[in-house]
Every structure is written in structure tokens, then in C-alpha cells.
Design a protein around this ligand. Structure first.
Ligand SMILES: [Zn+2]
Length: 173
């Protein structure tokens, strides 16, 4: 298992490890969707939080349904890779969790629209979540539009990075 050890060493060397309850921030590459990105040779880049979970708990089960299994954050910090903050859920769980935490829903986003700072944290988070769900969970654009209550063209713009977060909100209103 020397390979595994090497991989783990390389992985954790990129992490700002802190106390067991604190967020451990990823200090290397960040992917477009806001998660840490860890490269494994020719296999490409993987979500750092997913690797952290696997190094701690073993392989992520494939999970039921068409969307597979998500590694979700208890702390809502996409760059955190503290295994204690990560939990395994279906993408449906992940979306439900977001909704429960008030990160989803056009009403709330719209309520924040008038803020002087157009890039409200919620909006950024929403855009990040949409991208993450698309990239990591392979939720279709159509389904994302339904679940996040935004237009399909907006989803498409968000995923293609053509739209600023605050513009996306205005267009969907
Ligand atoms: Zn955390």
C-alpha cells in the first residue's frame, strides 16, 4: 500500500490542518465550481473534499439513482476538507440540505437583490451550488432549473460561466 500512502501524504500536505472541529482549508488548486481540486496523474482532477472522504473512509459508494453520491459539507465551506465536516449523501440530500439552510429559493435571493454589494454571499453560494451539482452530481440542467427555481437559460449561463451571480438572479426574477 505504498502508493496509497504516498497519495495520502501528498494530499494532506496541501491542507491547512487545524483542530478537529475547525475547517481544514485546501491550499492548492481550486476548480471552477469552488471546490478544491486534487490532481491524480493522468486520471485528472478530483474534488479535494471527495478525496479527503475516501482517504478517511474508503471508497465512496456509487449510490442509488442517476445522480450517484455526493460528499456534502456540514460547514458549507467548499474548500474545507476536514473529514469530520464531510458527510455522504445523495444529491437529493445535498439539495435538501441546501434548502434547509436557506441557500436555495428565489424568494430569498431576490430579497437580497437590493443590497449595495451585488455579490451577496447567498447568491455566490447559490451559483457555486448549481455548478457543483452539475459538475459533481451530474444533475441535468433541466432538473437544476426546477430545483433552484431559475430559468433554464440562466442555469446554462451559470454553468458556462457567462453570467455574473447577481445578473443571474436579476434575470431569473
Ligand atoms: Zn469545515
Amino acid at each position: 500500500m505504498r502508493m496509497r500512502q504516498t497519495l495520502a501524504d501528498r494530499f494532506w500536505s496541501k491542507v491547512d490542518k487545524r483542530g478537529p472541529d475547525e475547517c481544514w482549508l485546501w491550499r492548492s488548486a481550486v476548480s471552477k465550481n469552488g471546490y478544491g481540486a486534487f490532481g491524480i496523474g493522468k486520471r485528472g482532477h478530483f474534488g479535494a473534499h471527495r478525496i479527503a472522504w475516501e482517504l478517511t473512509n474508503g471508497r465512496i459508494p456509487r449510490g442509488g439513482g442517476s445522480h450517484g453520491t455526493c460528499v456534502c459539507h456540514r460547514c458549507d465551506n467548499p474548500l474545507c476538507v476536514n473529514p469530520a465536516h464531510l458527510w455522504l449523501g445523495s444529491c437529493a440530500d445535498n439539495l435538501r440540505d441546501m434548502r434547509d439552510k436557506g441557500r436555495q429559493g428565489r424568494g430569498e435571493v431576490m430579497a437580497r437583490r437590493g443590497e449595495a454589494n451585488g455579490f451577496s454571499k447567498l447568491t455566490e453560494q447559490l451559483v457555486r451550488d448549481i455548478r457543483a451539482n452539475y459538475v459533481l452530481c451530474r444533475v441535468t440542467q433541466r432538473e437544476l432549473a426546477l430545483r433552484f427555481s431559475v430559468g433554464r437559460s440562466t442555469i446554462s449561463y451559470i454553468i458556462n460561466g457567462k453570467l455574473w451571480p447577481h445578473v443571474a438572479v436579476r434575470r431569473s426574477a
